[in-house]
Design a protein around this ligand. Sequence first.
Ligand SMILES: [Zn+2]
Length: 160
Amino acid sequence: MKWMDPAPIKCSECGGTFPVTVAALKSLRAVCAGCAASLAAVGEGMFAEEARIGRQIDLFHVALELDERNGWNVLDTHDESEWTLEGLARSVVGFLPPTAGGIAAATELVAETARRVAPRLLSEVGLEASIADLKLRYAAWLAIPAKAKPRPTRSRPSDR
Ligand SMILES: [Zn+2]
């Protein structure tokens, strides 16, 4: 992705604007030339934006592949607010014959296509599922009263 380099960065601490190179921002070690506040958040934002755009491009690849292979028109008819694998599957259902198996078949087809043309998408789906699972387990862990949770039986060296 092409960023302006160096980019004029406005410091959230002192309000000053200074040119900072992309390399420095992405190192997450850049500091404001005026007040030396960390500009790591700016670099993190750049990484997040690149990931978001990369994901959009990957999803576009999947839709284009489905259209080319099957003579469909998912790209033109797809709801733009649904640029996810699940959203693509909902669009694909409309092109499948009624006997094809509905959303389950569409999901499998979209996943199979993504595995071929954009495998990165599936690892992200895996991550989302993993995070959702972690949230559930952590919520269950929090629900256990503190008294019921075993404490360490021996004190650590730093406690002495
Ligand atoms: Zn500053």
